[in-house]
Ligand binder design. Sequence first.
Ligand code: TRP
Ligand code: ZN
Length: 867
Amino acid sequence: MRDASPQSAAETVYLKDYAPFSHLVDKVELVFRLHPTATRVVSRISFRPNPAAPAKPDTEGLPQPDREKPQLVLHGEKLKLIGARIDGKAASPRLTKTGLVCAVPDKPFVWEAEVEINPSENTALEGLYMSNGMYCTQCEAEGFRKITYYPDRPDVMAPFSVRIEGDLPVLLSNGNPGKKGEGFAEWHDPWKKPAYLFALVAGDLACHRDSFATASGRKVGLGIWVREADIGKCAFAMDALKRSMAWDEKVYGREYDLDVFNIVAVDDFNMGAMENKGLNIFNSSAVLASPETATDANYERIESIIAHEYFHNWTGNRITCRDWFQLCLKEGLTVYRDQQFSADERSAPVQRINDVLALRARQFREDNGPLAHPVRPESFVEINNFYTATVYEKGAELIGMLRRLVGAEGYAKALDLYFKRHDGQACTIEDWLKVFEDACGRDLSQFKLWYSQAGTPRVKVEESWADGTFTLTLSQKTPTTPGQPEKRPLVIPVAVGLLARDGSEVVPTTVLELTETRQSFRFKDLAERPVASVLRGFSAPVILERSHDAADRLFLFIHDTDPFNRWEAGRALAKDALLSKLRYGTEPDKAYFAALGDLIRDLELDPAFRALCLALPSQDDIAQALHDRGVVPDPVAIYRARREFSEAMAAALQPRLAALYEYARVEGPYSPDAASAGKRALAAATLSLLTLVDGGHRARAQFDAADNMTEQFGALSALVSIGSAEDELSRFYGQWKTDRLVLDKWFGLQVGLAAPEAAAETAKALTQHPDFSWKTPNRFRAVIGGFAANPAGFHDPSGAGYRLVADWLIKLDPVNPQTTARMSTAFETWRRYDDDRRALMREELERILAAKDLSRDTAEMVSRILA
Ligand code: TRP
Ligand code: ZN
């Protein structure tokens, strides 16, 4: 094995090169002697030759006598090796750029090593690091190698025992608690796991405790560990956890499998949360909530992330991934499961609309640009760059399509078989599809293309009517994506219903299977030409191309019995109107506003659904839609057109809005339940429209009277968007300056909703604010990410927005490559824009790429964006 040069350390890894590891691990014992700058980690690992492994690795460069012996190749990064032994005798491994290589006996042996690491210096937040005086770890995907030498790959699974020594009151790790005393604690995790699920936490923490009795009657101790000051903000997360545990038993027959389940909240975290076995670690924004400090949207997010991480215990931990190319095996399935949970706990149609909104905003954007990649990628440079909307959200859509194709019963049978057949294993997408084939007797070879083919398919709908027969002709085409010039036809489940002119359903929802490039489906013996509701419930992640007249759209917006498509019809009307306004200066159609006016007053309809119908397509959606039609989008023009459209909508709905606002307001003490949240969402949607026409007096009154963050922040947002919130912003700051999560909202709101010409200046000023702690990912994301999500501000024709973001990415990269790489996606749509903007963005991207010692994470992202 050759030493890896810096370039070869950044080499591409390919799925096709997978080979099992040379050894199996029977047992891992770890001792941590905690110290802020010099933590010692002592490892004792039982290895045994893996009969399934290929021939031994390249031994070139080793001393002659060792060349004949088997070699042990371990990962390791930023470790100081103090000493190593094999079966108790001193060993002399050779250190490489990626770890070490050591000659080992041709039989089972025990490897012992002692290393020193520096958690205080670890700002990348991967491995063992410190956050506000607390030690914590993040090992997914490849962070364990920064803790000790180990085969840091998910197909190496072992039981872990951990002893933590440190002068801190709370010492936690995975599994069940063992011996505990002054300055130490021991933990034992009986379930074999890959190293990426290892976790350790040590600090001065308070615990919100509860317990859960499993279906088979075992009692599980539950704990949420937070700073003392946050102990009053854990109740909702605990309730969500217990509901998740009960739901997984009821719906998937999955019980929890340890004596304890702990969750820790940390302030410095790169993502939402992490599913470490028995010890989930959460970004504090995904746990902490109180009525005064968290909005309804925050509560909803907490519930879904708690569920997501808990559900990973079976889909991810008990059954894990063979290699990182299979990431969607755990993530797509677990997202699908958390979406099902939220649909069951709240409103299914509203959940579906929100999931589709998120999919279109993030995944369609990704899939239609330079970063497009398959749900199961075939190569990567840095795996952290593949925790994407495609792997997660499109991955979840693939599970939903499978379920639609095999039916709910088939799905349940396949999942039972999956858990039975693969418990304790590290699996592939092939294993996953095989359980469906075996349980349902269906050939999934064409379906498998969804995992390897990138890009969002376009499905064209043509209709014809003759002699009582209605014919739907569907054709599919997937545009080319980087590295994939040819595309094959996919299996696309298209749910269709037919409506009669009086609005009644003549053909209830039927799933058509589009498997060819072009296919016709006939509906016979109909009394009159029906109106087709196509892709009900958004039955596949595709873009529908339908040259449908406005009258049919309006009809569906008024009559569709499928709530998703009813909402979708309204959305399409609004989008068409916005596009015509931008392209031809056309004024919006009064019929749409009239239908919308009726819908929002319909007391039979869920207020949350009505609120969704009042929201316009985002600025980015409109830019993408223009681009799809061959028109170069101007973000500033889009901002203005959207604003004028909102004003026209407010004026048209005006007589009804004030009454609706009063009706939707929730009296009495705040409760985060779905029904109250839905009403508050409707009140907020009406308030933001009213604010465009009433000068802001209602929003000011709501801001002054609010006793919960949903109403306070809703009012503040409405005022910021009309540029009239100076006083409220400073009062809000005064009230919340010591609450870091609320302060993130304060920062994010100002940059996110600033008017185009003021946004870059506002963002720049906020980066000078004493509370802008840029090394904390939440705060950095609030300001820089929030600004990049303000399209008209970011795309200011001067280029000031691009420069600001690039400057900060260059500054953050050496500190936290993962977060920097993620945020470089602000530039992913650069090719959509005009020559001047493109040139400015290219210049900034090239400047980032030229930065000294740029991380491999950011280098990979920026070069893919530029390619
Ligand atoms: N597996 C985690 C989840 O989906 C996400 C995750 C991956 C993560 N890498 C991470 C979280 C790094 C924090 C830091 O739930
Ligand atoms: Zn996950």
